[in-house]
Design a protein around this ligand. Structure first.
Ligand SMILES: [Zn+2]
Length: 199
């Protein structure tokens, strides 16, 4: 009987958490819409060297409602994040929305594990599990100019996100260096920088 009650309590806690996660999603603010719509292409990358930028980089990010992932604003943000991370001055392998001034759970990652190594954009993303031992690897960050350092990361992760194409909840397992990029970018969404984890 106790076991059944425990299972029920866990189920209720999970349901509360799931509904809480959805409630935390809020529509674009007017300020966010303007930031995305003003200018074209490459966006300014926030850095730890600026006090106001640092406050945004250290703030936790929130989800987007699913209908906003289907919006023109999201499509523009995705295109501009890709333009920013791939521009010659940055030449990065990943970028997170807080780095361009939006505290939203959106990242772009270069998929070194796919043919052609394309960049892809992941809204409402979370790492749901890591597997296997962590390994040391060198990292840098567009928001921490001129520095690199070693961080311990898993090479196998499970991710959950909303597909920008189908707008459906999607899960996936990712391996190798690409898994490291996902962890670095998802840390940004919790206000965490790789310099917090230097070995
Ligand atoms: Zn970074």
């Amino acid at each position: 009987m106790n076991r059944i009650l425990t299972a029920l309590a866990l189920l209720c806690a999970y349901a509360a958490l799931a509904s809480c996660a959805r409630e935390s999603a809020e529509p674009w603010t007017e300020e966010e819409r303007l930031l995305v719509a003003e200018g074209e292409g490459v966006m300014r990358v926030l850095t730890v060297e600026d006090t106001l930028d640092l406050a945004v980089l250290r703030a936790p990010s929130i989800d987007l409602p699913v209908k906003e992932i289907g919006s023109a604003t999201f499509a523009t943000l995705a295109a501009r994040m890709l333009a920013t991370v791939t521009c010659p001055e940055q030449d990065g392998v990943g970028i997170a929305a807080p780095q361009v001034g939006l505290n939203r759970r959106v990242i772009a990652v270069q998929r070194f594990d796919k043919p052609g190594e394309p960049f892809e954009v992941y809204p409402n993303i979370r790492i749901t599990a890591t597997h296997g031992p962590e390994e040391l690897g060198a990292e840098g960050c567009l928001s921490v100019p001129g520095r690199r350092g070693n961080v311990m990361r898993s090479r196998n992760v499970d991710i959950a996100y909303v597909s920008p194409r189908t707008l459906k909840d999607t899960v996936e397992s990712v391996h190798g260096f690409t898994a490291v990029i996902f962890q670095h970018e998802c840390d940004h969404l919790d206000g965490v920088l790789y310099i917090d984890k230097l070995q």
